[in-house]
Design a protein around this ligand. Structure first.
Ligand code: PMP
Length: 309
C-alpha cells in the first residue's frame, strides 16, 4: 500500500512510516486496549497551517486514558508538541492526525498491572472529506442501524477507546450494505445516539437540537464547536433526547465530527428530510465552521494553533 506520509512519531522518536510496526502479541490487538484521537490541521488563510483545537483533543486522549486507568508516559504539553513536530516533519499543509496510546506486548493478562505505561504513536497525513466532497454539498442518505449504541455502564462511550469502534464498524458496515452513506445508532432507550463516527443535530422551526451527553455519545469536539458557533450567532441550541421520528420530521439534519466535518443528512431511513438537500441553517453552520479556516469567522476562542510560526 502507498504510505500516506513519510514519518511517524513513535514512542518519542520520529521514524520512517514503514518502520512503525508492533508485535502480533500487542495487547491492544487482542483486547482493544487503546485510546486515540482524530485531529485535523487546516491550511488557514490568515495563520497558515493550524491544528484545530489541539489541546482539547489531546486532553480528551488523557481523559480516555484516565477512564481505563492507563498511564501515558508523557505530559499533555509533550503530546501537543509531538503533534506539531510530526506535522512539520512530514511538511504537511493540512493533515488528519491520529495519536494513539495502547498497551503493547505486555503479556496476555486482562488485568493490566497497576502503573503499566502505554505506548504512544502519532501519525499525521493528508486526508480529504471523510464522507466525500459531494456529501458536504448535497448531504448523505443515512439509515438507523439495527445495532444499538453501547448501553450506559457497559462500555463508556465518553472514552474514545479502540474497542468502542467495533460498535461503529457494525453500524457503518450495515449502513453501507443497505446503500446508505452513513449509519446512525439509537441508544438502549431508543433515542438517537450518534453516527458511526459523528454526532447528530436536527433543526425544526429554527431550533437546533442535539443529543445529550447521556445518550451514549462521544461528546464530540466538533459538536461543541458547532454549538458554540450557533449560540454565538444567536441560535437556540438544545441538548435533548431525540426520538427516531423527530429525524423524519426535521427541517434539517446534519452530522459532525473531525473526519466528517459538517455533513448534511438529506434522508433518514429513505424518508426525505425537509427539502432533501442541504438546508439553510446547515449551510450557515458549514460557513461558520469552514470560515474559521478561510478567515471569514473570527477565532474568538483561540481554537487554532499555528504549526509553522
Ligand atoms: N462520535 C464518535 C463515535 C466518533 O468516533 C467521533 C469522531 N471522533 C465523534 C462522535 C465526533 O467527535 P469529534 O467531533 O471530537 O471528532
Amino acid at each position: 500500500a502507498k504510505q500516506p506520509a513519510e514519518f511517524i512519531w513513535f514512542n518519542g522518536n520520529i521514524i520512517p512510516w514503514k518502520d512503525a510496526t508492533v508485535h502480533v502479541m500487542t495487547h491492544a490487538i487482542h483486547y482493544g486496549s487503546s485510546v486515540f484521537e482524530g485531529v485535523r490541521a487546516y491550511n488557514t488563510t490568515d495563520k497558515g497551517t493550524c491544528v484545530f483545537r489541539l489541546n482539547e483533543h489531546n486532553q480528551r486522549l488523557f481523559d480516555s486514558a484516565k477512564i481505563y486507568r492507563m498511564t501515558i508516559p508523557y505530559t499533555l504539553e509533550q503530546v501537543n508538541n509531538a503533534t506539531l513536530d510530526i506535522i512539520r516533519k512530514n511538511n504537511l499543509k493540512s493533515a488528519y492526525i491520529r495519536p494513539i496510546a495502547y498497551y503493547g506486548d505486555i503479556g496476555m493478562g486482562l488485568a493490566v498491572p497497576f502503573g503499566q505505561e502505554t505506548e504512544l504513536t502519532i501519525a499525521a497525513f493528508e486526508w480529504g472529506a471523510y464522507l466525500g466532497e459531494e456529501a458536504l454539498q448535497n448531504g448523505v442518505d443515512a439509515g438507523i442501524s439495527s445495532w444499538n449504541r453501547l448501553a450506559a455502564n457497559t462500555m463508556p462511550t465518553g472514552a474514545k477507546a479502540g474497542g468502542n469502534y467495533l460498535s461503529s464498524q457494525l453500524i457503518s458496515m450495515e449502513a453501507r450494505r443497505h446503500g446508505y452513506g452513513e449509519g446512525i445508532a439509537l441508544d438502549r432507550n431508543g433515542f438517537i445516539s450518534e453516527g458511526a463516527g459523528e454526532n447528530i443535530f436536527i433543526i425544526r422551526n429554527g431550533v437546533v437540537t442535539t443529543t445529550p451527553k447521556t445518550a451514549a455519545i462521544l461528546p464530540g469536539i466538533t459538536r461543541d464547536t458547532v454549538m458554540t458557533l450557533l449560540r454565538d450567532k444567536g441560535y437556540e441550541v438544545r441538548e435533548e433526547n431525540i426520538a427516531r421520528e423527530a429525524m423524519y420530521l426535521a427541517d434539517e439534519v446534519f452530522m459532525c465530527g473531525t473526519a466528517a466535518e459538517v455533513t448534511p443528512v438529506r434522508s433518514v431511513d429513505g424518508i426525505q428530510v425537509g427539502a432533501g438537500g442541504r438546508g439553510p441553517i446547515t449551510q450557515d453552520v458549514q460557513e461558520m465552521f469552514f470560515g474559521l479556516f478561510n478567515g471569514t469567522t473570527e477565532d474568538k476562542w483561540n481554537w487554532l494553533t499555528p504549526v509553522y510560526q
